[in-house]
Design a protein around this ligand. Structure first.
Ligand SMILES: Nc1ncnc2c1ncn2[C@@H]1O[C@H](COP(=O)(O)OP(=O)(O)OP(=O)(O)O)[C@@H](O)[C@H]1O
Ligand SMILES: [Mg+2]
Length: 389
C-alpha cells in the first residue's frame, strides 16, 4: 500500500492540514519543534491505532481543543504512474480515526465504522524507526514484548485475538487474586481463569517462538550488512516458562497449568500473576572484537550507543523483511531522525537499502542538503509551525 494523502485536524500542533505524498522517498524537512515527528506519528497512528511515543491518546489532541481527526487515503503499490492512477480509481482505501477528549476512538474503513481492533490492524503496515526504537535494546522486557506483539498482530489476526483474550483473562485473574486476599473469595474460582490463560497463552508462546526464529535470521543478515560483517548479533526468545519454545503444545499445557498452580499462594500475596507469556522477553547478544579479543556480551548493558542503535535498526529492518515475506506487501517505512548517530558506512548501507527496497519511505531531517544527493529522486516537504509546503 502507498499513502497517497494524509489529513490532520487538531492533531498536536496541526490545525487543519492536507498533504499529497508520492511514491519513493518523501523527505520531511524543518527546524526543531515544527511538526516533523508529528507527521510520522499520524501515519503510524492510522496503521496501529496507537502513538509511538505516548499511551495517552488525549495528549495528541491539540492544546485547548476537544478532539482530533486523521484520514489517510491509500492505493495499491503498483509501479507506473498511469497503472497506479487507474487502480487507485477502483481500489482507493480510506482510513479515518477520530478521538474525543475523555471519549472513545472511532475507526472508519472506507466510510464504515469498525467495531474491532482486529479488523483494523494489518490493513496497511508500517515500520517505524525512531529514537524511541532504542528501547528495543535498552528498555524493559515490556518494550520488546510490545514490539513482538505488534509485529505478529500485523501478520495474524488470530494472534491479536489470542492476545486480547489473554490480556482480558489476566486482568480478571489479577482482580480475583486481590479479592481472595482482601475478601476471602474462594481460591477454586481461579481454575476457570487458569484454563483461559493456558489456552490463549500457549498460542502466544508458539507464535512468538516461530516468528522470533524468522526475525532472528532477517535481523542477523541486516546487522551483518550494517556492520560490514565485523559484528555478530544473536537473538533468542526467552519465554518465562522454561523451554516452552521447544516443547510440544500438550507438554506446555501441562507445564503452564502446573506453574500457575504452584505459584498460586505467591500470586495471592502479591495480587498479580507471576507466570505466563505476559512476562516473556528476548535476549540480544553481541559478538564483537575489541583489542584483538572476541567477546560476547548482552547488548543492553555492554553495547556502545552506536552499537545499540545499529541493533535497533537491524531489528526494524528485520521486521520489514518479515512483513514483506509474510504479507507479500512492502510496508510503508518511517524513519525519524535516523542518521543522527550512525557513522558514514552504516548510513551508506541504509541509503543503498532504501534505494533497492522500492518502498514508500518518509524521512525526517532538520537539514535538506545532507540528503538530496544520496537519495536521488525524492520529494521534499518543508514543515513550519504545523504547516507543510
Ligand atoms: N497536543 C499538542 N498540541 C499542540 N502542540 C503540541 C501538542 N503536542 C506537542 N505539541 C508541539 O508540537 C510541536 C511539534 O512537535 P514534533 O515532535 O512534531 O516536532 P519536530 O519537528 O519533530 O521537532 P524535532 O526536530 O525537535 O524532533 C512541538 O512544538 C510540540 O511542543
Ligand atoms: Mg522530531
Amino acid at each position: 500500500m502507498r499513502l497517497n494523502q494524509l489529513v490532520l485536524r487538531n492533531f498536536r500542533n496541526y490545525v487543519d492540514c492536507e498533504i499529497d505524498f508520492k511514491d519513493g522517498v518523501n523527505l520531511i524537512v524543518g527546524e526543531n519543534a515544527q511538526g516533523k515527528t508529528t507527521l510520522l506519528e499520524a501515519i503510524y497512528f492510522l496503521s496501529t491505532a496507537k502513538s509511538h511515543r505516548t499511551y495517552l491518546d488525549d495528549e495528541l489532541i491539540r492544546y485547548n481543543e476537544s478532539w482530533f481527526y486523521l484520514k489517510g487515503a491509500f492505493v495499491p503499490a503498483i509501479s507506473g504512474e498511469e497503472a497506479r492512477r487507474e487502480a487507485a480509481a477502483v481500489n482507493l482505501m480510506t482510513v479515518e480515526v477520530s478521538n474525543e477528549l475523555n471519549g472513545k476512538k472511532r475507526f472508519k474503513l472506507n466510510g464504515t465504522l469498525q467495531k474491532k481492533l482486529s479488523q483494523w490492524i494489518g490493513q496497511f503496515n508500517v515500520v517505524f524507526f525512531s529514537p524511541e526504537s532504542l528501547a528495543l535494546v535498552k528498555g524493559a522486557p515490556a518494550d520488546r514484548r510490545r514490539f513482538v506483539d505488534r509485529l505478529i498482530s500485523q501478520i495474524s489476526a488470530a494472534y491479536l485475538h489470542h492476545l486480547q483474550n489473554y490480556q482480558f483473562a489476566l486482568k480478571q485473574r489479577n482482580e480475583l487474586l486481590k479479592q481472595i486476599r482482601s475478601k476471602g473469595a474462594s481460591v477454586e474460582l481461579l481454575d476457570a481463569w487458569d484454563d483461559l490463560l493456558v489456552a490463549d497463552g500457549i498460542a502466544l508462546i508458539q507464535a512468538r517462538a516461530k516468528v522470533l526464529a524468522q526475525l532472528k535470521v532477517h535481523t542477523q543478515a541486516k546487522h551483518a550488512d550494517l556492520t560490514g560483517d565485523s559484528e555478530k548479533l544473536d537473538l533468542t526468545y526467552q519465554p518465562l516458562l522454561d523451554g516452552a519454545d521447544r516443547a510440544m503444545a500438550s507438554d506446555m499445557d501441562d507445564q503452564f497449568r502446573r506453574a500457575l498452580q504452584s505459584s498460586r499462594h505467591f500470586d495471592i500475596r502479591r495480587g498479580t500473576t507471576s507466570v505466563g507469556p505476559h512476562r516473556d522477553d528476548f535476549k540480544l547478544v553481541l559478538e564483537a572484537r575489541s583489542a584483538g579479543t572476541v567477546y560476547r556480551q548482552e547488548a543492553r548493558s555492554f553495547g556502545s550507543q552506536g552499537q545499540q542503535r545499529t541493533i535497533a535498526l537491524a531489528l526494524k529492518l528485520g521486521e520489514l523483511e518479515l512483513l514483506r515475506e509474510e504479507t507479500e506487501e512492502t510496508p510503508v517505512v518511517l524513519l525519524d531522525d535516523v542518521f543522527s548517530e550512525l557513522d558514514e558506512a552504516r548510513s551508506a548501507f541504509l541509503f543503498e537499502l532504501l534505494r533497492r527496497l522500492n518502498a514508500q519511505t518518509f524521512i525526517t531531517s532538520t537539514r535538506q542538503e545532507v540528503w538530496t544527493p544520496d537519495l536521488g529522486d525524492c520529494c521534499v516537504f518543508t514543515v513550519q509551525d504545523g504547516k507543510v509546503r
